[in-house]
Design a binder for this molecule. Structure first.
Ligand code: IMP
Length: 425
């Protein structure tokens, strides 16, 4: 058993598993919470004393006194959104300064043309669109990989920034006007806007890999907070209906610069059912009145875009895929209370396609688009019974079955949106 105390928490489904509130809870026991990938496409919702807080960039640890939040090099950051987020937190009474929030100088900036290209491309794709959040994530990571991105470190020298952006805009403005019928972006306006943002953000921008490694060496503990979910991973998700970053546990190392041997456990968060926003395969989707009712009862609307989420039964084949790819040590099941709306609940334990049966998630779109789920049915539970010391027997059977199927312990369940509404198992 790995004795390192640094923990990685990832979404084990298609995102929106309730990571924010769980990380907020777990962060109590850690010194630092660090993001390692994704950007403003993420929307982590935390409810404290009936007040809803939605975070896009800033790790959920920021809500706890004395904790340090870090946004690692693997993240992409929209300077407008992060400035607004910091201001909104301060307005709500949370202290956010360079002491408790650190942004990697190597993180890439999401710029206005990234958003325009993201949205324009989706329009061109029409019915084949990915259903992105429109936050410019894909185009920003593209620029990073093609070595023409702008990083926070570039903001410290206006002249060099201007030269770099001049080169980038040569290409982007052609694309914007010729392909997407958009207005060209003025270099001077863009540079001035970025300089304004830099003035505000300067106190937060540091060498985070150095900070994190020094902290680890001093015995401090880090909770690595994943965004999106394993099924949206650029390699191991339902490509091309995925996000543009690596959402799996091991990327916590590349996305922060903390060596992989310093990592301990990895926990996956899964709802007790499944949801997905955007397009792409979703074998257990309930395209019926029950699915619509689940959406309403579970309040399944996106925290970032407000889009209605597609709802379906828990898919253990997809979850097993996440367990394997991430080497998950534990699963936390969220929104267990929501399933009490049903008399019986289904769990997918295999797929059928033509005469074939699948026990592993098929990566071939020609298959996964057409599989039929094989379900095991469980009796649901009554929410009142969740208040008892002993879990209802129907819920116990449900959890035991999941543990056996995945060969992983379910270590906690959430039974309501408030911080305290969880049961440790
Ligand atoms: P992008 O990350 O905005 O490029 O969107 C790509 C896909 O990932 C789309 O299906 C989005 O709906 C989905 N996605 C991105 N971020 C999240 C998230 O935080 N939760 C759930 N789905 C997400």
């Amino acid at each position: 058993m790995n004795k390192n105390k640094n923990l990685v928490v990832v979404g084990a489904q298609w995102g929106d598993e309730g990571k924010g509130r769980i990380i907020d809870l777990l962060s109590e026991k850690f010194d630092i919470v660090s993001r390692f990938q994704g950007g403003s496409n993420a929307g982590h919702t935390i409810i404290i004393k009936n007040k809803k807080i939605v975070l896009h960039h800033i790790p959920s640890g920021v809500l706890r006194n004395g904790k340090i939040s870090v946004i690692g090099n693997g993240a992409v950051i929209d300077p407008d959104i992060i400035v607004d987020e910091i201001k909104a937190l301060r307005k709500k009474g949370y202290k956010v300064t360079g002491k408790n929030l650190k942004i990697s100088e190597l993180a890439h900036l999401i710029l206005p043309f990234h958003k325009l290209i993201d949205i324009g491309r989706e329009i061109i794709k029409g019915k084949n669109a990915i259903g992105t959040t429109g936050r410019g994530i894909g185009p920003c990571y593209e620029d990073k990989i093609s070595r023409q991105g702008i990083r926070f470190i570039d903001l410290s020298n206006k002249k060099i920034l201007k030269d770099k952006l001049k080169m980038t805009l040569k290409e982007k403005n052609k694309i914007l006007s010729l392909v997407f019928n958009q207005k060209k972006i003025s270099i001077n306006t863009l540079v001035d806007d970025l300089m304004k943002r830099f003035k505000f953000l300067k106190e937060f921008i540091v060498n985070t890999e150095d900070f994190l490694n020094k902290s680890v060496n001093q015995g401090k503990s880090i909770l690595f907070e994943g965004a999106q979910g394993v099924m949206l991973d650029i390699d191991f998700g339902t490509y091309p209906f995925v996000t543009s970053s690596s959402t799996i546990s091991s990327n916590a190392s590349s996305g922060t610069g903390v060596p992989y041997k310093k990592f301990g456990k990895s926990i996956g968060i899964s709802k007790a059912y499944a949801t997905r926003v955007g397009h792409g395969p979703f074998p257990t989707e309930m395209i019926d009145d029950e699915g619509l009712a689940l959406r309403e009862f579970g309040d399944e609307y996106g925290a970032t875009t407000g889009r209605p989420r597609r709802c379906g039964w828990l898919d253990l084949i997809a979850l097993k895929h996440s367990v394997e790819i991430c080497g998950l040590d534990e699963i936390i099941l969220t929104k267990v209370d929501i399933l009490s709306m049903f008399n019986n609940i289904n769990v997918c334990v295999g797929y059928k396609y033509k005469s074939q049966k699948f026990k592993k998630f098929p990566m071939d779109n020609n298959i996964i688009d057409h599989v039929e789920p094989i379900y095991k049915t469980f009796k649901a539970w009554n929410n009142e019974d969740l208040k008892n010391k002993k879990l209802p027997s129907s819920l116990q059977s449900f959890i035991k079955y999941i543990e056996k199927f995945l060969n992983v312990k379910v270590s906690m369940i959430s039974i309501g949106p408030e911080r305290e509404q969880v049961i440790y198992l």
